[in-house]
Design a protein. Structure first.
Length: 490
RNA sequence: GGGCCGUUAGCUCAGUUGGCAGAGCACCGGCCUUUUAAGCCGGGUGCCGCUGGUUCGAUCCCAGCACGGCCCA
C-alpha cells in the first residue's frame, strides 16, 4: 500500500478516537514498573503461583508486534530494551476498551494494567484489564524481521535505525559507557573537567583546516576550534595542575569512514609529567576503560584480535618505518631518495618537508598494520609544533602517537613551556606545514600566557569516536556518531 | 577530485536477452479467546532516484545529474 494510504488510514483512526472522546496524546501516565523489573521478579515463577497470587503490573511502552485472535489478541510491549507480551481478551478488558485495543497499531505507545501470567508455552505475559492510549503513531515502523538496512535512512533518520536495530542501541550505550569510564578514571586521578571556547579568534593546537564563522555584534571572524589544546595549557599557567576536556572539535576536511567534520576528542594535561609518564597513564586509562566496558582486555575488531594487555610496545618512528613499514633504512636520512621511494608507493609527499614526510609514511605504511596498541615515539620535531625535543636530539620531539586496530587513537607529548621556543616553533610551522593546510598565525595571546610561566607538563588527545569504533567493532565512524554529517537531500 | 557499486511498494528484496511490475513482512476486509516471524480466506500496493537520448515501445540500453556505500586521492 502506498505510503500516503497508510498515513490516511492511521489519520482516520486518530480522528475516530478523538471524536469518541479519547485523547490520543495525553499528558502523563503513572508508571509503576518496567519490563526489566517484571522479568526479574516473575520470570522464574511457575504458572500456578502466578495464577494464585496474580501480581499486578502497571507499565507503559510501545507496541512493537500484534497477533490478533478474534475477540482476544497478543501484542509485544517494548520499554527500555526489553519486550513483554500482552494478552488482551475482550471479556477481561470490556467491550469499550477492547474496541480501543482494536484501533491500536504497531508503533503506538500505550499504558496498561493487569495481572501477571504465563501462557501455555510458558511466556511471561500481562493479562491486560486496563488500557490507555499514550501516543498514536501515524507512520508504519520499519519491518520487524529484517530491520532497517538502507544505510542512507539509517543515518538520516537515526531514530528509525535505533528503533529497528537493537545492536545500534548497544553501540551508543557502549559509547556512553566509554565516556563515563574515561571521566571516572580522570576524576579519580585529580583531573578536573573544564570547558574552553569552541569559537576562537585564533585557532591552533593542531595542524588542520578550520571552519569559520562570524559574530555579528562584535563584527568578529571566529574559527570553530580544531583542538582545545592552547586553552587547556593556559589553564596550567593559571594554576590548575590536571585538566581535561571531553568535547567536540571541528575540522573542515574530507569525510570518510574515519573522519567526520565534527568529532569528539578527549584532551588532558598533567603538570610535572613528561611524555613517558603520559604513556604510562594512557595505558592504564585505556586498559581500565576497555576492561570495564568490554569485559576483557582483548577485543575483536574487524576480524583481528586486539590485546590491550599491558605493557604496550613503544618504538621510535624510524624503527617503525623500517621494521613495520618496510622502508629501507638508508633512505631515512636522504630526503629526496625517500620522497621518490614513497611517491612510488603512492604516498602523497611531493611537496612535504622531511619531517612531515616521515609522519605521512607512518600513517600510510605503519598504521594500517598495527593491531594491538603501539606507541610510536621520537616523531620529527617539525611535525610536532608544541612538543619539546629530546635532549641532544633537536630534530626529534618528545612525542608519541598511539595506533591500534589500524587506527590512530591518540597523540601526546611533553609540552613546550618555554615561550621563546614556542614562538620559534609556531613560526617554523608556518613554513613547513603540509601543503593542504593553510598558514596559521602565531597565537600571540598564548605566547603571552606562557611568559607568565607554565609548569613542565605532558598532554594527550584521544579520538573518542575511534575508541568507540574499536570497542563496538564498527567499520565506519558514522556507525558511532548518532547524526553523522550527510549532504542534505534537496 | 577519481574509480567501482547501489537507488524497484512503508520495510527487506526479486525481476525484466527492451513488450501490462513481483514476493515476504506491513496494511485493508472476513474468520479465529494461549499466539509469539500466529494461522486460514480475500484485497490493493509503485514517478522502477531525476532529466534527457536511442527505440514502434525504456524500469531494463546510452548520457548527464542527485543521493548513498566502498576504495583511491
Amino acid at each position: 500500500m502506498a505510503e500516503a494510504d497508510l498515513l490516511d488510514i492511521r489519520r482516520k483512526k486518530l480522528d475516530e478516537l478523538e471524536s469518541s472522546g479519547i485523547d490520543p496524546y495525553p499528558r502523563r501516565f503513572e508508571v509503576e514498573t518496567t519490563v526489566a523489573t517484571l522479568r526479574g521478579l516473575y520470570e522464574s515463577w511457575e504458572e500456578e503461583r502466578l495464577q494464585e497470587e496474580e501480581p499486578r503490573a502497571r507499565l507503559a511502552g510501545r507496541i512493537v508486534a500484534q497477533r490478533g485472535h478474534g475477540k482476544a489478541g497478543f501484542a509485544d510491549l517494548e520499554n527500555g530494551d526489553q519486550r513483554l507480551q500482552l494478552y488482551v481478551r475482550q471479556d477481561v478488558l470490556g467491550e469499550e476498551a477492547f474496541a480501543l485495543w482494536q484501533q491500536i497499531d504497531v508503533g503506538d505507545f500505550v499504558g496498561i494494567e493487569g495481572a501477571m501470567m504465563k501462557t501455555r508455552s510458558g511466556e511471561l505475559s500481562v493479562r491486560v484489564d486496563a488500557l490507555t492510549l499514550l501516543s498514536k503513531a501515524l507512520r508504519p515502523l520499519p519491518e520487524k524481521w529484517h530491520g532497517l538496512k538502507d544505510t542512507e535512512i539509517r543515518y538520516r533518520q537515526r531514530y528509525l535505525d535505533l528503533l529497528a536495530n537493537p545492536e545500534v542501541r548497544e553501540t551508543f550505550k557502549t559509547r556512553a559507557a566509554i565516556i563515563r569510564g574515561l571521566r571516572a578514571h580522570l576524576d579519580s586521578h585529580g583531573f578536573i573537567e573544564v570547558e574552553t571556547p569552541m569559537m576562537q579568534p585564533v585557532y591552533g593546537g593542531a595542524v588542520a583546516r578550520p571552519f569559520t564563522t562570524h559574530h555579528n555584534t562584535l563584527d568578529l571572524d571566529l574559527y570553530m576550534r580544531i583542538a582545545p589544546e592552547l586553552y587547556l595549557k593556559r589553564l596550567l599557567v593559571g594554576g590548575f595542575q590536571r585538566v581535561y576536556e571531553l568535547n567536540r572539535n571541528f575540522r573542515n576536511e574530507g569525510i570518510s569512514t574515519l573522519h567526520n567534520p565534527e568529532f569528539t576528542m578527549l584532551e588532558f594535561y598533567a603538570a610535572y609529567w613528561d611524555y613517558g609518564r603520559m604513556m604510562d597513564f594512557a595505558e592504564e586509562l585505556l586498559t581500565t576503560v576497555i576492561e570495564t566496558v568490554v569485559g576483557s582486555v582483548d577485543l575483536e575488531f574487524q576480524g583481528q584480535t586486539i590485546s590491550f594487555k599491558r605493557p604496550w610496545a613503544r618504538i621510535p618512528i624510524t624503527q617503525a618505518l623500517v621494521e613495520i613499514g618496510g622502508v629501507p633504512e638508508e633512505l631515512l636520512s636522504d630526503t629526496e631518495a625517500l620522497r621518490a621511494w614513497l611517491v612510488e608507493r603512492k604516498v602523497p609527499v611531493e611537496e612535504m618537508s622531511h619531517g612531515y614526510m616521515l609522519d605521512a609514511a607512518l600513517g600510510r605504511l605503519v598504521q594500517p598494520q598495527v593491531t594491538s596498541p603501539l606507541f610510536v615515539t621520537h616523531v620529527p620535531r617539525e611535525a610536532s609544533p608544541f612538543s619539546k625535543t629530546v635532549p641532544d636530539e633537536p630534530e626529534v620531539a618528545e612525542r608519541f602517537e598511539l595506533f591500534c586496530g589500524g587506527l590512530e587513537v591518540a597523540n601526546g607529548y611533553s609540552e613546550i613551556n618555554d615561550s621563546r621556543e614556542q614562538r620559534l616553533r609556531m613560526e617554523e610551522m608556518a613554513v613547513n606545514r603540509p601543503p593542504d593546510v593553510p598558514a596559521m598565525d602565531v597565537d600571540e595571546d598564548y605566547i603571552h600566557a606562557l611568559e607568565y610561566g607554565m609548569p613542565p607538563a605532558a598532554g594527550i588527545g584521544f579520538g573518542i569516536d575511534r575508541l568507540v569504533m574499536l570497542a563496538t567493532d564498527s567499520a565506519s565512524i558514522r556507525d558511532v556518531i548518532l547524526f553523522p554529517l550527510l549532504r542534505p537531500k534537496s
